[in-house]
Design a protein around this ligand. Structure first.
Ligand SMILES: O=C(CO)[C@@H](O)[C@H](O)COP(=O)(O)O
Length: 92
């Protein structure tokens, strides 16, 4: 149901590390589905080299997990506040 945004978030996060923009587990890209009111964000503390598209967590605008088994990024509440305030944002 959320495979598109999970895949987009995975690819964007992997580009952060491929381009040398982040180190260790730092950094974050999330992708927002405005119609469904959820966003895809990487799990917390998972090294990029171990990250899989299936690990991406789906959360709602109250930062509650909708789909996924891993703990969402420590940046989740910040992203939720920004999408709530500016729903036209497609990604952060
Ligand atoms: O860079 C920062 C904070 O400065 C964040 O992006 C965190 O590093 C994210 O950590 P995770 O909880 O996603 O592993």
């Amino acid at each position: 149901m959320y495979n598109n945004i999970k895949e987009e978030a995975y690819e964007a996060n992997m580009n952060l590390t491929k381009l040398g923009l982040v180190k260790f587990t730092f950094g974050n890209v999330s992708v927002f589905d405005q119609q469904k009111g959820v966003f895809a964000i990487k799990p917390s503390g998972v090294p990029y080299e171990l990250l899989k598209a299936d690990d991406i967590v789906i959360v709602d605008l109250d930062a509650q997990v909708v789909e996924g088994t891993l703990r969402p990024s420590s940046d989740t509440k910040t992203h939720a506040v920004l999408y709530k305030e500016w729903p036209e944002l497609g990604a952060l």
